[in-house]
Design a binder for this molecule. Structure first.
Ligand SMILES: C[S@@+](CC[C@H](N)C(=O)[O-])C[C@H]1O[C@@H](n2cnc3c(N)ncnc32)[C@H](O)[C@@H]1O
Length: 302
């Protein structure tokens, strides 16, 4: 078990604001990891949760939740994150092993430990972009665990609302070679201009044969779901008001933008994958997940 990370690192990192959502996903991954029918294994997740003052008392096992799977946050929502983790693990591994890309960029990487837990080709490099405080916390926890990445790993401390291209290329990213990009649980926190710019930039930096996956929310009015069980449980149980953290502007149609740039795209509901894997959330009334879509895009080779 890792020790508690000092306030100086943690305050502007994972212990408040949007950084706290990285801990929420880590707790969900920890719970998923301990399930007998888990869809994804992340042995690092519970260490992140225990190390941060903000989450040290959160559950990391469903048996620590008094109402268990009936709890909207640690039951259904955590299963959502478990499913998302598995589907995007599969996307990344498929892209490097069959697509042949050797550079992976995790945008808003948060406490994603894929560099440490997935089976990468030895010459693969994983670039992790997130804000400085989040990456400092991650570095400290992984350092205490003496965790060893299973590929090259390059953390890049940048705000994705700023110009991050120079930092990525200076770190070794080669726009002439195919790449795989992931924006998991990120875009709805960014202003529309930052999302549009990010998609343009990914396109510009992607050679033919590159791939991108990301998550969006389609709702025109996010506040319509303010009283949904997922949002109220997250607010009341751990003090995260997701709707306050999401950017409130109507979202751009980034999948259409990519299609217009020649990418081939597939847009799926999470429920599609629940049915495929036999576990995960299914639709319910007043559902905060109703507008969630997972987008998979490929830049074809000519
Ligand atoms: C919900 S977490 C998801 C983390 C990770 N992708 C995962 O699924 O485990 C959102 C992450 O986006 C990061 N993030 C949000 N806005 C950002 C910005 N403007 N620049 C860089 N990172 C940002 C947060 O710091 C946080 O780590």
């Amino acid at each position: 078990m890792t020790g508690t990370v000092p306030e100086s690192i943690s305050t502007e990192g994972v212990n408040g604001g949007v950084g706290l959502t990285a801990l929420l996903v880590a707790a969900a991954r920890a719970i998923e990891t301990h399930r007998p029918d888990s869809l994804a294994q992340d042995v690092y997740a519970e260490h992140f949760v225990r190390a941060a003052p903000a989450s040290a008392r959160w559950p990391v096992h469903i048996r620590q939740v008094p109402d268990g799977d009936a709890n909207p946050l640690w039951g259904r929502f955590a299963r959502y994150f478990g499913l998302r983790t598995r589907v995007l693990d599969d996307f990344l591994l498929r892209s490097v092993h069959t697509g042949g890309a050797r550079q992976v960029v995790l945008l808003g990487a948060g406490l994603d430990a894929r560099a440490f837990r997935l089976d990468w080709p030895p010459d693969c490099v994983i670039y992790e972009i997130d804000r400085e405080g989040v990456l400092a916390f991650k570095h400290q926890v992984l350092g205490e665990l003496a965790a060893t990445p299973r590929a090259g790993r390059v953390p890049i401390a940048m705000d994705l609302r700023a110009d991050w291209v120079g930092a990525l290329t200076a770190a070794g990213f080669d726009p002439a070679a195919p790449s795989v990009w992931l924006a998991e649980g990120l875009l709805f926190y960014l202003p529309v201009t930052a999302e549009t710019c990010l998609i343009d930039t990914v396109d510009r930096l992607s050679a033919e044969g590159s791939a991108l996956a990301y998550e969006v929310k389609l709702e025109k009015d996010l506040l319509a779901y303010r009283d949904s069980p997922l949002y109220t449980a997250t607010r009341h149980q751990i003090g995260i008001d997701l709707l306050n953290l999401f950017d409130g502007e109507p979202r751009p149609d980034s999948a259409a933008d990519l299609a217009g740039k020649g990418w081939s795209t597939a847009v799926h509901t999470p429920f599609h994958f629940t049915r495929r894997h036999g576990r995960g959330p299914l639709p319910e009334p007043n559902d905060a997940l109703e507008g969630n879509r997972w987008v998979f895009a490929d830049k074809p080779r000519r």
